[in-house]
Design a protein around this ligand. Structure first.
Ligand code: OSB
Ligand code: MG
Length: 376
């Protein structure tokens, strides 16, 4: 079955977060999200571009995504006959970087393929090793340590399997110490989002006393070599996030022993095809992976759930319930977490949730309709 995308509809929506989210690179109060609808034979597949509002996590942002999709991705994809969505990544591989923009379209075409076949997305991508995925939460930097402790308490009560806390210089050792004193036996990890350098080695070594599951991306967003130096000096496993943008980089990081765990984000690596390659390389080298998040709407969240059913996603990820982010999500039902701290992968076709079209349209700040050129 070939897939020919006749129309791409881009929408940019604005959604206020229930609670601000702060990382070492800044605070976010509301999201500006680009959604991709890919249409073939009257069937729509949906994708989400996971870029942030500013080029601070990586080089992409909501504003860069829009022209990139219109000028470079859409012309290569529209009207092309794909044997499967697995070919979409190659079709836009001439574009340097912009993985999140490329990945949003790629994911929409995977969802389209699943819907054309009438099967769940997790099946189309080759997943299904587990039907219930393990969930953790990512908790941002708070104004006070007491607020952080209270948030952790709430998430543990909801059943989440592990807590990730954001750290930065000045909000690290002393804060983690207080968390550990209060919660001595929880699965705890810290994410620095590239806030440190090797000059901070002594401070980072102090984190070893807190028996964290891992420390995520302590060093530069594009660094592998210094992470290898740091990992050799730490007993805490390093988990790589920002610096793994392709299977090739995963392979190099593994070869250099730059970390012992990889966070796979669909957008950061450019979609499902590359995410699967990263997954496979990690699996072949006994590196466990987990699925990261980018404060997604229900659409991106549902794609992350499908991805997390691949066999090597053995650690709880950052994919959590809609209500932690949104008063009302654009999918129905909202993504929900069981008391076991899991999300069940759904059997409905495509990504498995309905889209609340009216609500989505009410959030849209801009829209672009793109068509395959017709040759008469
Ligand atoms: O580094 O994992 C990260 C959010 C925005 C940018 C980067 C990161 C994050 C998160 C949140 O940690 C994950 C989520 O809850 O979606
Ligand atoms: Mg991270």
């Amino acid at each position: 079955m070939g897939i020919k995308v006749e129309q791409l509809i881009l929408r940019q929506i604005r959604m206020p977060l229930v609670h601000f989210f702060e990382t070492s690179f800044g605070r976010t109060h509301e999201r500006d999200i680009v959604l991709v609808e890919a249409v073939s034979d009257g069937v729509s597949g949906w994708g989400e571009v996971t870029a942030g509002e500013n080029p601070f996590y990586n080089e992409e942002w909501t504003g860069s995504v829009w022209p990139l999709l219109i000028d470079y991705v859409a012309p290569r994809v529209l009207g092309h006959e794909f044997a499967s969505a697995a070919e979409v990544n190659d079709r836009t591989a001439h574009i340097r970087g912009h993985n999140m923009a490329r990945g949003g379209v790629e994911a929409a075409i995977w969802d389209l393929e699943a819907r054309l076949k009438g099967e769940p997305l997790w099946k189309t991508i080759g997943g299904g090793a587990r039907r219930e995925i393990g969930c953790g939460v990512s908790i941002g930097i708070q104004d006070t340590v007491d607020q952080l402790l209270e948030k952790i308490e709430t998430e543990l009560a909801a059943g989440y399997q592990r807590i990730k806390m954001k750290i930065k210089p000045g909000w690290d050792v002393d804060v983690i110490r207080r968390v550990r004193e209060r919660f001595p036996s929880i699965k705890l990890m810290a994410d620095a989002n590239s806030a440190y350098t090797l000059a901070d080695m002594e401070n980072l070594k102090r984190l070893d006393e807190f028996y964290l599951m891992m420390i995520e991306q302590p060093l530069a967003h594009d660094d592998i070599i210094d992470h290898a130096v740091l990992q050799a000096a730490l007993s805490t496993p390093i988990c790589l996030d920002e610096c793994i943008r392709s299977a090739h980089q995963a392979e190099q990081a593994i070869r250099l022993h730059a970390g012992r765990i990889v966070n796979i984000k669909l957008g950061r690596v450019g979609g499902f095809a590359e995410a699967k390659r990263v997954h496979d390389i990690c699996q072949a080298n006994s590196i466990p992976v987990w699925c990261g998040g980018m404060l997604e709407s229900g659409i991106g969240r549902a794609h992350n759930i499908a991805l997390s059913t691949l066999p090597n996603f053995v650690l709880p990820g950052d994919v959590s319930a809609s209500k932690r982010y949104w008063r009302k999500d654009i999918v129905h039902p909202p993504v929900e977490v069981t008391s076991r701290g899991t999300i069940e992968a759904r059997d409905d076709s495509g990504f498995g949730y309905d889209i609340d079209k009216d609500y989505l349209e009410s959030l849209a700040a801009r829209r672009e309709d793109l068509y395959a050129a017709r040759l008469f």
